[in-house]
Every structure is written in C-alpha cells, then in structure tokens.
Design a protein around this ligand. Structure first.
Ligand SMILES: [Mn+2]
Length: 78
C-alpha cells in the first residue's frame, strides 16, 4: 500500500506506472493525460489514453476501445 511509502517512493511508483501504461498502450502519442491525486484517501493516478490499434486491412492506425480493452488485456493487467 502506498500510504506507508515516502514521497520519493510514491514518485518512483507513479513514474514506473506511467512508463508501463504508456508502453502498453502504444507510446506517448496515445497518452492524453496522467495526473496523480493525493487529495483523496489513497494516492492514485488518472491515466487517459487513446485506444489505438493497427488496422491490417487499411494499413493504418484506428481508434477502437473494443479491440484494445479486451478481456485478455484486462485479465493480464496487474
Ligand atoms: Mn482521483
């Protein structure tokens, strides 16, 4: 739990989390915002991104939350 962590540890945790999510969802071009909230019960991050996938047929990227946020994605998310 982050409550017992020092400020520096929390910072490192959120930086790692940001890197992980950014990497997982296609790089910084797809990141809309990332904000850490400390004013609620537990420190947490809000991470907003564009769900982009490669469209094989059209040979270009497309936006599809349905294809990015699959059951498998959520299951393997830790
Ligand atoms: Mn919040």
């Amino acid at each position: 739990n982050l409550k017992g962590a020092s400020e520096q540890e929390q910072r490192q945790f959120f930086e790692k989390t940001y890197e992980f999510l950014t990497d997982r969802y296609g790089g910084e071009k797809n990141v809309l915002s990332a904000n850490v909230h400390n004013d609620e019960t537990t420190p947490h991050m809000h991470f907003a991104f564009m769900p982009v996938v490669w469209d094989e047929k059209k040979q270009r990227e497309k936006v599809s939350a349905k294809e990015v946020l699959t059951r498998k994605d959520l299951r393997t998310f830790h």
